[in-house]
Every structure is written in structure tokens, then in C-alpha cells.
Write a protein that binds this ligand. Structure first.
Ligand code: G3H
Ligand code: 13P
Ligand code: ZN
Length: 312
């Protein structure tokens, strides 16, 4: 199987009530760990490259590494997705170079401008059979004790979602229901919750439409402890509890983005290996346990968060 777009993948996920894991990739070991996990679990997969990843590794390396993964795992559908595309030109470049899916992130623009830019990317991408993800709303964390009006503006507005999807023709949409990027999603003591009421309302107003959750790492305490035990300094970090993500994937959430958890897993194992083998200077010796840890955490997520095991 060659690279696929996300159309059928997300349609099937919607109908069968699971989500496809979208994992950020930056180098060979990360790509290997993730794809080996998905292949062993018979799960569809989205590999995504951010602006930072493309700056670090370069689009060509990333694409060729993903092509290698596709060649080695021909039985599972894999999409190569642009994460947080900032402009029409970046989306166009990725479409022309072989990405099968792009995100145009116009969420920081005024609403009408976001519509205009997203619709332009959709029109272009669809000519090439490339699927498009849009984004609406603010994905930053919600502070405690803010006014109802201010709180409202943080979260997706269901009527606006319907309007946006209708006017742009996007294939999927990232919305804000309480997730946020990075390892520090909640303050110590803050209740960790997602706005399932908003998600349900969106599902009712626009049935059969796949929703995307960004900022969905759980920040697994074991990895944070391991990093700190072996010389790291990560302060109180809290992610999205797995049971909330699991519930979302049974609803209209069909794509769940994870990056930070892979970074934490990789860093924990590299720190541990270097600490335990101070005389080692062979990168393979510490990258091997890091790659294994990525594989294990992705398998865990496919089973317990995405519920996409044996869905191909
Ligand atoms: O959404 C953001 C991702 O975690 C990618 O982050 O731009 O540092 O690669 P990055
Ligand atoms: P996390 O930082 O929660 O892993 O989110 C990653 C993400 O949303 C990439 O687009
Ligand atoms: Zn994101």
C-alpha cells in the first residue's frame, strides 16, 4: 500500500467509534518506533510533520523516511500529514512534494480570514486528492476563575463549527474543548476535564464529520519521574487523563495528536541509558531503548486511547 490520505481512514474511525493516532515525527528512530507499533497492532496511522520537524530534519528526509516505513509495512494505511501548516504556500509545497494530508492552521486569524485561507487550501489540495484539516478556536489552557464570557471564547462554538465547515469544505476540524499543547496543560490542583457537552452538541449539529484533538498527550508520570531521576528537571506537569481521551475517541473525535508523550518517553530512556552507561559513546546504544519506548507507548495508546487495534 502506498501513502493514503485521511478521508477513508477518518470515515471508518467515525463509523466504528475509534480514533486514528496522529504522531509527530522528527527522525528515523521516532518513525520506526511508531510504525512498528501500528503494524503490530494492525492499526491505521497518521505520521505528521510540524514546521519545527521540517526545519530540523528537512521535508525530503522526513518524506523519504516515511516512504521507507510504508515500504516495510505495506499492510497498514499510513498518511503523511502536515501539522499546523502556517500558510497557503507551505501547504502547497507539501502537497506538491507528496504529503497526503495537510493542516492549515488559520486559528490565530480573524474568523473570516481563517475561512478565506482554509477554503483556498481546500480548493487546491482537493485537486490532488489531498485531505485538509482546519482549526478553529484557541488551544491554550483555560485559567481558573475567569469570567463565563471569557471562558466561552476559549472553547469551540458549535454554530461556528457548522458555519466554518460549510464555508470551507474542510475534511476534518481541530477544535478547542480543553486540550492544549505541551507538557504543562493544567495547573497543580486544577481539575482535568474536557468539554464533552460541547463535543456532543457539535456531533448533533454536524453528524458524520470527523473532529480532531490536538494537545492530547497524557504526560505519563513514570516518564517524568525517570527524567528527573536521571538528572532532568521537569516541574509539575499534567496532561489529559487517558480515560477522557478514550471517551472522546468513542465520540466524533477521529484523530488524536500526540507529540509530547513521545518526547518524554524518548528523553527518559536516553537519560537513563547515559546515566547507567557513562563510558558509552555509541548513539545506537541509547537510541535503541528510546525507540523501544516509543513503540511501547504508541502500542499502549492504540489499545487504550485510540481503540484502533485491528481496524484495518
Ligand atoms: O503542535 C505542536 C507539535 O508538538 C510540534 O511541535 O513545532 O516543536 O515540532 P514543534
Ligand atoms: P501534545 O503536545 O499534547 O503532544 O500535542 C501535540 C499536537 O497537538 C501536535 O499537533
Ligand atoms: Zn497541534
Amino acid at each position: 500500500m502506498s501513502l493514503v490520505n485521511t478521508k477513508k481512514m477518518l470515515e471508518k474511525a467515525y463509523n466504528e467509534k475509534y480514533a486514528v493516532g496522529a504522531f509527530n515525527v522528527n527522525n528515523m528512530e521516532i518513525i520506526q518506533g511508531i510504525t512498528e507499533a501500528a503494524a503490530e497492532m494492525n492499526s491505521p496511522l497518521i505520521l505528521q510533520a510540524s514546521a519545527g520537524a521540517r526545519k530540523y530534519a528537512g521535508s525530503v528526509y522526513l518524506r523519504k523516511l516515511v516512504e521507507a516505513a510504508v515500504e516495510l509495512h505495506p499492510d497498514i494505511p499510513i498518511a503523511l500529514h502536515l501539522d499546523h501548516g502556517e500558510s497557503f504556500e507551505i501547504c502547497k509545497d507539501c502537497i506538491e512534494s507528496g504529503f497526503t494530508s495537510v493542516m492549515i492552521d488559520g486559528s490565530s486569524l480573524p474568523y473570516e480570514k481563517n475561512i478565506e485561507l482554509t477554503a483556498k487550501v481546500v480548493e487546491y489540495a482537493h485537486k490532488y486528492g489531498v485531505t485538509v484539516e482546519g482549526e478553529l478556536g484557541s488551544l491554550s489552557g483555560v485559567e481558573d476563575n475567569i469570567s463565563i464570557e471569557k471562558e466561552k471564547s476559549f472553547y469551540a462554538n458549535p454554530d461556528q463549527v457548522v458555519d466554518f465547515v460549510g464555508k470551507t469544505g474542510v475534511d476534518s476540524l481541530a477544535i478547542a474543548i480543553g486540550t492544549s499543547h505541551g507538557a504543562y496543560k493544567f495547573k497543580p490542583g486544577q481539575k482535568r476535564e474536557l468539554r464533552f457537552d460541547i463535543l456532543s452538541e457539535i456531533e448533533k449539529k454536524i453528524p458524520n464529520f470527523p473532529i480532531v484533538l490536538h494537545g492530547a498527550s497524557s504526560v505519563i508520570p513514570g516518564f517524568v519521574e525517570e527524567i528527573n531521576k536521571f538528572g532532568g528537571d521537569i516541574k509539575e506537569a499534567y496532561g489529559i487523563p487517558e480515560e477522557l481521551l478514550s471517551k472522546a475517541s468513542r465520540m466524533s473525535v477521529c484523530k488524536i495528536n500526540v507529540d509530547s508523550d513521545l518526547r518524554l518517553a524518548m528523553t527518559a530512556k536516553i537519560r537513563k541509558s547515559l546515566h547507567e552507561n557513562p563510558s558509552n559513546f555509541d548513539p545506537r546504544k541509547y537510541l535503541l531503548p528510546a525507540r523501544e519506548a516509543i513503540k511501547e507507548i504508541v502500542k499502549h495508546k492504540i489499545k487504550n486511547v485510540m481503540h484502533s487495534e485491528n481496524k484495518i
